[in-house]
Design a protein around this ligand. Structure first.
Ligand code: PSU
Ligand code: MN
Length: 341
């Protein structure tokens, strides 16, 4: 029998397929951490994308939460995992590959699919991708929609979209920001936003929308993805995962119905000096303009160009921060679960 979280036996559920491990997690009320898939389909080259997706799931499981990677395959929303290694005895591991969620070969197929054949799915693209039977990597905004419909409260990603430079003229403002302002979205754990974007404008926008933005850890500076600091103070600050979970619980109790964005700086040993990033970025932005890249293609183009210009340094940092975010998000999910039960 197909499983759906009880509160969502709705028309939406006919489009959802859950992996067996995730189903089990819902039944036994374990902490679950959602993971996005645009980072696999459009954010990184093959095979780093697939290896990273698998490593994120492993980290979440190691921290005592259940990973739920969300993607669209053949027109169905898949909420499952690539593989989950559960410790059986001290040295033995059991690999469970899910049956109906996201199977290993499906994620591999998604990871290899050429960008033209795989949709970068934001909220606006969801119905189209599903009713046409297409494959899609879900961005932060679409993953938030789907995770919320499934009843998942915590979501780990790399960086969110934001207000692009000169966004006040181009109106290039990521749907990730409006999603954070909508009714009870999941908490998003990220490494801040890239300096490709306009960080002060993005923070202003989030303030207007009533989104609770806090850094996690010792620094109060809002992190800028590849670097721990951006030179802009985050509005709020929690010192550790426990304080983050307390903040989330209180936010829920108040029925504020708006999002929480937690920004975790990249680990110190992995960060790239902001000046280096800025040099590559200027080049990548001018290349994008010359190539006439616009709309949803901008972010993937810049990421790929930065990887080339930095000779792989930005990709390495991207993987490190994704892994770190998955770890922190899982600890928060476990702590929140403890507070709620
Ligand atoms: N930032 C990254 N890597 C990514 C993305 C952002 O460092 O892969 C993806 C995320 O899925 C995010 C999306 O939701 O890009 C934002 O796209 P846009 O800027 O077109 O809204
Ligand atoms: Mn955009």
């Amino acid at each position: 029998m197909r499983f759906f979280p009880a509160r969502l036996i709705s028309h939406a559920s006919r489009h959802f397929r859950y992996g067996s491990r995730v189903q089990m997690a819902f039944r036994s009320k374990e902490p679950i951490v959602a993971l996005e898939s645009t980072v696999v389909t459009h954010g990184m080259p093959y095979p780093s994308n697939l290896q990273t997706a698998s490593s994120l799931e492993k980290i979440v499981a190691e921290e005592g939460a259940v990973p739920a990677t969300i993607a669209i395959m053949d027109g169905a929303v898949r909420i499952g995992l690539l593989s989950c290694r559960l410790p059986l005895r001290s040295r033995w591991y059991l690999t469970i590959v899910c049956l109906s969620g996201l199977e290993e070969d499906q994620l591999e197929k998604l990871a290899k699919t050429t960008l033209a054949k795989c949709v970068k799915v934001s909220r606006r693209d969801l119905a189209h991708t599903i009713c046409r039977g297409l494959n899609g990597g879900t961005t932060v905004s679409a993953t938030m929609v789907l995770a919320h419909q499934a009843g998942i409260k915590i979501f780990a990603t790399g960086g969110i979209g934001g207000v692009h430079r000169h966004g006040e003229r181009s109106m290039d403002v990521s749907a990730d920001l409006t999603e954070l302002a909508r009714t009870t979205p999941p908490v998003v754990v990220c490494a801040g936003i890239k300096s490709i974007l306009d960080i002060p404008l993005t923070l202003e926008y989030l303030e207007t929308q009533g989104v609770c933005v806090a850094t996690v850890g010792p620094t109060e500076d809002f992190p800028s993805f590849y670097s721990r600091q951006s030179g802009h103070l985050a509005p709020l600050h929690v010192r550790n995962e426990q304080e983050a979970a307390e903040l989330i619980l209180t936010h829920q109790q108040l029925h504020l119905q708006s999002g929480i964005l937690l920004a975790v700086p990249i680990p110190q040993e992995e960060e790239i000096p902001a000046d280096d990033v800025e040099t590559w970025l200027e080049q990548a932005l001018s290349d994008a303009q010359l190539a006439g890249v616009s709309g949803k293609k901008v972010t993937p183009f810049l990421l790929s160009r930065l990887n080339e210009l930095s000779k792989g340094k930005t990709l390495k940092a991207n993987i490190a921060l994704l892994e770190n975010n998955a770890r922190v998000a899982s600890r928060i999910a476990v702590e929140l679960h403890r507070l709620e039960n």
